[in-house]
Design a binder for this molecule. Structure first.
Ligand code: FAD
Length: 123
């Protein structure tokens, strides 16, 4: 897997930066600058470290990898914990939700799956 910005990501970033600059100009600042995102993704300058997705959770096995209990649609004895379950990046800190989902999945494994192994959500 290659993790990098596509041209479209950079174009969208430029568009948003320009709109923010439009708003800032109307506030008549004494000084202002714009900082466009350029080049490939790098972990070195602090930017987003909230990488999410890859094994996304959903209600439909044709558009998601795991169900609401983080159980693989294809292989019912596989449960996938972590930020990979997020279908999008909701911007704020993910770790609380990652932990809550892990408890939620662990509860489903112990109270439902172990009693009756198989898909916990019909499709
Ligand atoms: C610098 C930094 C600062 C952050 N600050 C915050 C913050 O303030 N608040 C917040 O909410 N979030 C923060 N985050 C984000 C948060 O750390 C992640 O969103 C969270 O750790 C994701 O959890 P995860 O379980 O999905 O993945 P991870 O915590 O990355 O866990 C994945 C695990 O899988 C293991 N692994 C990988 N490949 C294999 C393999 N083939 N076999 C076996 N094991 C494997 C890895 O070793 C790792 O232990 C920060 C992240 C960074 C990098």
């Amino acid at each position: 897997m290659t993790f990098d910005f596509s041209k479209n990501d950079l174009d969208m970033s430029k568009y948003c930066t320009d709109r923010a600059a439009d708003i800032a100009k109307h506030m008549n600042p004494d000084k202002m600058g714009t900082n466009y995102r350029k080049g490939p993704y790098s972990i070195v300058p602090y930017q987003t470290t909230h990488t999410t997705g890859g094994t996304i959770m959903g209600a439909d096995p044709t558009t998601s990898a795991v169900n609401r209990y983080l159980q693989s649609w294809d292989v019912p004895n596989v449960f996938v914990m972590g930020a990979g379950a997020f279908p999008q990046n909701p911007s704020h800190n993910p770790t609380g939700t990652v932990g809550a989902l892990a408890y939620w999945a662990a509860d489903a494994i112990t109270t439902k799956y172990l009693k009756s192994p198989g898909r916990l959500v019909p499709s």
